[in-house]
Design a protein. Structure first.
Length: 423
């Protein structure tokens, strides 16, 4: 029986595994490394976060994004966006150097058992662990407006369902949403010859400014410090003090998580959207149905006026909603045992442990407790360090807890750093 099973091998899962391995825990990591970044983002996209705020976390801080980029002659400078494919390659490099061999199989079912948990992999193997860290990313939580839910994937898709947009070349596509995913998707579509429009509820698009220089007069830094979530003291608090954020009243936390860092496009995509892309702002879809052209959308404006639109395909860049009910890999009994917050996300304690002892959560599902940083790679370091400390505390409190080795123990005999496919 493993000490810890990490389910998911994205930035949070790999960071947790790195800290757990350094702490001497007997662990197993399941999932395709960096799958969301490799499979669900088209080529040509860039990280919105600054390079220095986009590193995975290892205990010694030696495997940062800028270190990887420097070794390959790739720029990773403040104010210059990093291509998504570079970030995905960095994640694979991190896994090779910091994580015991990753098992690329998927977990299809997780259930509680006496003394721990039992997982079933896609090929039918059963694995057992005393504790589990769920780091499943965002894909289980895709949010599509209810007005579009009755149409099949040939007519409606989510922006995260596309690793390649070439199938839409020469077609008519409507992108719904006003955030970075919507605007960058629209820009890429237009640049490949797709007739593209953006339909958004907001009366105007919001754009992030070019970040101020890294080196500034001290008084400018004091007024608006840099942080992994943008400039300003409020963003600094969200980015640097998630432990203190958790101490805010629950209604305040939930409200901030829902409203902070709302939909906005990066400064470097603005010129690629305004002009090349048709903008239909201040409109919301009320109904959708199949038509000869593809999809017929009925919309209502902020002033109550209605309109009808024919398009070939709809891409909903409408984000993700982390609800307990969407954790489909948990069996019914385990999922029902999870306490939830008013917004439907799982409740977690100070160490990211859920209401089910030994079951830990990471990433987007914890944003309503630890704040907006959990929606970004920025939150991976705090999560990994805090969660692994909680796992050690849980193991120490349970049967056999005295056998946990000191941090720095060699990796489990027979395993080696690297990806499962490379062992």
């Amino acid at each position: 029986m493993y000490d810890l099973l990490v389910v998911g091998a994205g930035p949070y899962g790999l960071s947790i595994a790195s800290h757990a391995a350094a702490a001497g825990l007997d662990l197993r990591v399941l999932g395709r490394p960096m799958a969301s970044w490799r499979d669900h983002m088209p080529r040509g996209m860039f990280l919105k976060s600054e390079p220095w705020a986009s590193s995975l976390s290892d205990p010694e801080g030696r495997r940062r994004l800028e270190t990887y980029c420097a070794g390959r002659g790739v720029p990773a400078r403040h104010g210059e966006p990093v291509p998504v494919e570079v970030f995905a390659s960095y994640g694979l490099w991190f896994a090779r150097h910091c994580v015991p061999g990753v098992d690329e199989r998927m977990v299809v079912r997780l259930r509680a058992r006496p003394g721990g948990f039992e997982t079933l992999t896609g090929d039918g193997e059963v694995l057992r662990a005393r504790t589990v860290a769920l780091a499943v990313g965002v894909m289980p939580f895709v949010e599509v407006p209810s007005a579009l839910s009755g149409l099949g994937p040939e007519l409606v898709s989510h922006s995260s369902h596309h690793g390649d947009l070439s199938r839409f070349r020469g077609r008519d596509v409507t992108v719904i949403g006003g955030g970075q995913a919507a605007l960058e998707t629209a820009a890429l579509l237009a640049e490949q010859g797709t007739r593209t429009r953006v339909l958004a509820r907001a009366p105007e698009l919001a754009w992030n400014d070019v970040p101020p220089a890294w080196e500034r007069p001290w008084w400018r830094s004091a007024r608006a410090p840099h942080s992994g979530l943008g400039c300003g003291w409020r963003n600094w608090f969200y980015a640097e003090r998630p432990g203190l954020f958790r101490r805010l009243p629950e209604p305040t936390r939930v409200r901030i998580t829902a409203d902070a860092l709302g939909p906005a496009g990066a400064w470097w995509v603005r010129d690629r959207v305004e002009g090349p892309v048709e903008l239909m702002l201040g409109h919301e879809v009320t109904s959708a149905r199949a038509s000869a052209a593809g999809v017929r959308l009925d919309t209502v404006g902020r002033d109550g006026t209605t309109a009808r639109l024919e398009t070939g395909h709809v891409i909903a860049a409408t984000g993700f909603r982390a609800r307990r009910e969407r954790l489909g890999l948990l069996d019914d009994e385990l999922r029902a045992g999870l306490a939830a917050l008013p917004d439907g996300s799982p409740a977690v304690g100070r160490d990211f442990e859920s209401s089910v002892p030994g079951l830990f959560m990471a990433g987007l599902v914890t944003a309503s407790v630890f704040g907006p940083a959990m929606r970004f790679v920025q939150g991976a370091g705090f999560t990994a360090e805090t969660l692994v400390r909680g796992v050690r505390r849980r193991l120490g409190a349970g049967p056999g807890g005295g056998r946990i080795p000191a941090p720095g123990r060699a990796l489990r005999q027979g395993s080696a750093p690297g990806l499962g496919a490379e062992r």
